[in-house]
Design a protein around this ligand. Structure first.
Ligand SMILES: NC(=O)c1ccc[n+]([C@@H]2O[C@H](COP(=O)([O-])OP(=O)(O)OC[C@H]3O[C@@H](n4cnc5c(N)ncnc54)[C@H](O)[C@@H]3O)[C@@H](O)[C@H]2O)c1
Length: 251
């Protein structure tokens, strides 16, 4: 049975590693997926792939660092079928550094992209979800928001804030049947992780050894969790921060 037949889902950062896997997974289960990213080429490729597999998807390019872009994105998505059932706040950036090495710009843009975008997108989407009788929001936090890895103070602090934002939103809108949860991935093999290991001089095999499960995670594994949390099977899961780490507690 397809869990998202007749539903409309927005996935941010859907041109990237985890976001594209989420978009593919939701569409394979029947959703019309709004594939949105600041990188329009990457997002278009994802849409083409989904359509080639028989799914439904629409690309909307948006820089979610801009408040107006967040509102326009939601309004355009809503205009397609007069509904938005699922919002996956997945887009994120990772500026490496400690307090003294980070620039002001690194700090500010980390909060703008990783946290403020969720504030604006949720403000835009909530009235539609409430009017439609409910919905599901899944935010991408990080294991590092719960157990900080060294030298990533801006990233880790934004992800801790995403966790707190998720729990607050869930409490406030549970009475409206809008379920809000977050996933907290560990090391997942994506372009973001590839960029990180290039900077640190480590290899994937080095990272595999740090995970008790014996390997780092796959984007499809995060996508499966996001799909579960967005589905009616998770009807009573609200305000949860779900770790997906292969039992790794700290990087
Ligand atoms: N890969 C990991 O190990 C890992 C671990 C924990 C959490 N995460 C989180 O998962 C999410 C996805 O990460 P990923 O690893 O797939 O990275 P990625 O770099 O492959 O994908 C991120 C996507 O977000 C998009 N994006 C960045 N800034 C944007 C903006 N201003 N507007 C719109 N889109 C923008 C990028 O273009 C990119 O396509 C992020 O929130 C990241 O912090 C990743």
């Amino acid at each position: 049975m397809k869990r998202f037949e007749g539903k409309v889902a927005i996935v941010t950062g859907a041109g990237g590693g985890i976001g594209s896997a989420i978009a593919r997974r939701l569409s394979s289960e029947g959703a019309l997926v709004i594939v949105t990213d600041v990188n329009a080429d990457a997002a278009n490729q994802v849409v083409n792939g989904i359509k080639a597999d028989g799914g439904a998807a629409t690309m909307i390019a948006a820089d979610i660092a801009r408040k107006d872009a967040c509102f326009n994105l939601v309004e355009q998505a809503f205009g397609l079928q007069d509904r938005v059932d699922i919002l996956v706040n997945n887009a994120g950036i990772n500026r490496r550094g400690n307090l003294l090495s980070l620039s002001d710009e690194d700090w500010d843009i980390s909060f703008t992209v990783n946290l403020d975008s969720m504030f604006h997108l949720c403000r835009a989407v909530l009235p539609h979800m409430i009017a439609g009788g409910g919905g599901a929001i899944v935010n991408t936090a990080s294991q590092w928001g719960l157990y900080p890895a060294p030298n990533h103070i801006a990233y880790n602090t934004t992800k801790a804030a995403v966790a707190a934002f998720t729990q607050n939103l869930a409490r406030d809108y549970a009475p409206d049947k809008v379920r809000v949860n977050a996933v907290c991935p560990g090391e997942i093999h994506t372009p973001m992780l590839e960029a990180g290991i290039r900077r640190s001089g480590r290899t994937i095999a080095d990272l595999d050894k740090l995970v008790p499960f014996g390997r780092i995670g796959k984007p499809e594994e995060v996508a499966a969790l996001v799909a579960f949390l967005a589905s009616d099977e998770a009807a009573f899961i609200c305000g949860s921060l779900v770790e997906i780490t292969g039992a790794q507690a700290v990087a």
